[in-house]
Structure formats: C-alpha cells, structure tokens
Design a protein around this ligand. Structure first.
Ligand SMILES: [Zn+2]
Length: 135
C-alpha cells in the first residue's frame, strides 16, 4: 500500500492535505507555545488555503475532545493489562497528567484531522498550481 496520498500520511506527517509536500505548521515543535497554532496562510507548493474559511478550526475542538477521550480509554486499557491493581487516584494522576503533557500535539493532530475531512489529496495539485501562477 502506498503511504503517500493517504489521509493518515497527511495527519501524522502534519503536511498539506492536498499535495502533502509542505508542512501545516510553521514550527514543527508543538511545545513551542508561542507558535502552537501558527500555520502559513496557504501551502507554498499547491496554494491550498490552510484556514479554509474564517473560524474553520472551531470544529477541530470536537476532534481534540474525541482524541482526548480515546487517550484516556487507552491509558485505562493499558493499566488493566500492565498493572491491574491500580487505584482510581493512580489512574487519574497518569491519565490527566498524560493528557496535560499531550495537549499541544493533540491540538495539532485535531487540526490535521479536521482539514483532512474537507480537503482531498490531489497528486496533480503542485503542477496545477505552478501552471496557475504562470497564467
Ligand atoms: Zn499543498
């Protein structure tokens, strides 16, 4: 199976959903808090706008909520398997602590998932954009 061109390649690579050639975020480090949400206005390779419309990323809140729940469930299952005698307090400390540490990457992942709901991969996007600019 080809990895490039799949939604997962764009989501986990944090790349443009349309051409998958350039990065969605200006600083690849999600823990640089001053730039956590900084995205270029559009893709410099294919011209795809990253803020598809004003307020586009409000909907990503629901995705980060779902990802957070999925994380808490995974921690619960992992603890059941690895350390079945855990207490509620231990679960809360590990679950909430982990969630706090992972919030920046979860926010970004949610944006990448969200834009991939709306924008499809197009293998000709870069060529088309070059052509468009020279017209
Ligand atoms: Zn692009």
């Amino acid at each position: 199976m080809k990895w490039k061109g799949t939604k997962l390649a764009s989501i986990f690579g944090m790349t443009c959903p349309r051409c998958q050639e350039s990065k969605l975020f200006e600083d690849p480090n999600p823990y640089n808090f001053s730039k956590i949400f900084d995205m270029p206005e559009r893709c410099d390779k294919c011209g795809q706008k990253y803020e598809v419309e004003p307020g586009f990323y409000y909907g990503a809140m629901y995705v980060s909520y779902a990802l957070s729940i999925a994380f808490l469930v995974s921690v619960f299952v992992a603890m059941l398997v690895l350390y079945p005698d855990f207490t509620v307090t231990e679960y809360l400390v590990i679950g909430i602590g982990g969630l706090i540490v992972l919030t920046p990457p979860i926010f970004r992942l949610a944006r990448a998932v969200w834009i991939n709901f709306f924008v499809k991969y197009d293998p000709n996007a870069v060529e088309n954009w070059k052509h468009h600019k020279h017209d």
